[in-house]
Design a protein around this ligand. Structure first.
Ligand code: NDP
Ligand code: 8X3
Length: 254
C-alpha cells in the first residue's frame, strides 16, 4: 500500500473524525480540517505526525482558495479529497422553514463543496492522479417531509459527482458520491435540532444505525480499489432502514 495524502473536510466530529482515524491507522497522511481547531489539535495529539490539523471554514471562499498555500509544501499534493463537511438544519415544512438555515445548508453543502473541489482539482489534473469522495446522502434520492433544501443539496452532490466524471474522462482521477442513510454516533442530529439532545437522540432510538466507522470502512475500500475502478455512486442503509415513503393524503373532500 502506498501512502497517500488525504484532505478531509469536516474532520472535527462524526464521519470526518472517523475517516481521519481510519486513514492514519491504514498508514496514510491526513490533513484534518474544520472550523473547531481545538478538536483538530486533539486529533493530532491522538494520531501523531501523520495528522495535520488545519482550520478551514468551507464557506470562506478566500480561505478555501488560499488553503494549499497555507499548509507545509510537503503536504500540498493531495491524492484523495473527502468532501465531507456538511449539515442539515431544521425539519420544519418548507413554508415555515428558517431561510437562514436554507442559506447555510446551500453555502456549506453546495458552495463549500464546489469551492474546495475547484481548489484541489487542478493539482490532481496536473499530476493525472487522484480520488474525490463526495459525501452525499439518501436524502438526495428519496424525499421526506422537512428534507426540502437539505435533500436537494445532496442531490446536487450526487449529480455534481457524475458531472465531474464527465469532465475527467480520460484522466486517472476518480470521483465517488457516497450516499448513506441513517448513521448514528455523529453530531448530525444535534446540529439539525440546534442542540436539542432529546430530539436528536429520538432519531436513533431503538434501532441499529450505521456508524461513522462504517463510512470510514467504505471510504477505505473505495480508495484501495485498483486504479481503473471508479465507484460512481454508492448508497448504503442500515438493515433497519428502507425507502417506503410514497404516501397519499386521504383528507381531501370529493
Ligand atoms: P457531524 O455534525 O458530526 O459532522 C459534520 C462536520 O462538518 C463537522 O466536522 C463540522 O465541523 C463540519 N462542518 C460543518 N460546517 C462546516 C463549515 N462551514 N466548514 C467546515 N466544516 C464544517 O455530522 P456527520 O459526521 O454525520 O456528517 C458528515 C457528512 O455526512 C455531512 O455532509 C452530512 O450531510 C452527511 N451525512 C450524514 C448522515 C448521518 O445520518 N449522520 C447520513 C448521510 C449523510 P465544524 O463544526 O468544526 O466546522
Ligand atoms: C442524513 C440522512 O435521512 O437524516 O443525510 O437525511 S437523513
Amino acid at each position: 500500500m502506498s501512502q497517500k495524502t488525504i484532505l478531509v473536510t469536516g474532520a472535527t466530529a462524526g464521519f470526518g473524525a472517523a475517516f481521519a482515524r481510519r486513514f492514519v491507522a491504514d498508514g496514510h497522511r491526513v490533513i484534518a480540517t474544520g472550523r473547531r481547531l481545538e478538536r483538530l489539535e486533539s486529533l493530532a495529539a491522538e494520531l501523531g505526525p501523520n495528522l495535520l490539523p488545519a482550520a478551514l471554514d468551507v464557506t470562506d471562499h478566500a480561505a478555501v482558495a488560499n488553503f494549499l498555500s497555507t499548509i507545509p509544501q510537503a503536504w500540498r499534493e493531495i491524492e484523495v479529497l473527502i468532501n465531507n463537511a456538511g449539515l442539515a438544519l431544521g425539519l420544519a415544512p418548507a413554508w415555515s422553514a428558517n431561510l437562514a438555515h436554507w442559506d447555510q445548508m446551500i453555502a456549506t453543502n453546495i458552495s463549500g463543496l464546489v469551492h474546495v473541489t475547484r481548489a484541489i482539482l487542478p493539482g490532481m489534473v496536473e499530476r493525472n492522479s487522484g480520488t474525490i469522495i463526495n459525501i452525499g446522502s439518501v436524502a438526495g434520492t428519496y424525499p421526506y417531509p422537512g428534507g426540502h433544501v437539505y435533500g436537494s443539496t445532496k442531490s446536487f452532490v450526487s449529480h455534481f459527482s457524475l458531472n465531474l466524471r464527465a469532465d475527467l474522462l480520460g484522466k486517472n482521477i476518480r470521483v465517488t458520491s457516497l450516499e448513506p442513510g441513517l448513521v448514528g454516533g455523529s453530531e448530525f442530529s444535534n446540529v439539525r435540532f440546534e442542540g436539542d439532545a432529546t430530539r436528536a437522540a429520538a432519531v436513533y432510538a431503538g434501532t441499529q444505525t450505521l456508524t461513522p466507522e462504517d463510512m470510514a470502512e467504505t471510504a477505505a475500500w473505495i480508495i484501495s480499489l485498483p486504479a481503473h475502478m471508479n465507484i460512481n455512486r454508492i448508497e448504503i442503509m442500515p438493515i433497519a432502514q428502507a425507502s417506503a415513503a410514497l404516501s397519499i393524503s386521504r383528507a381531501a373532500s370529493t
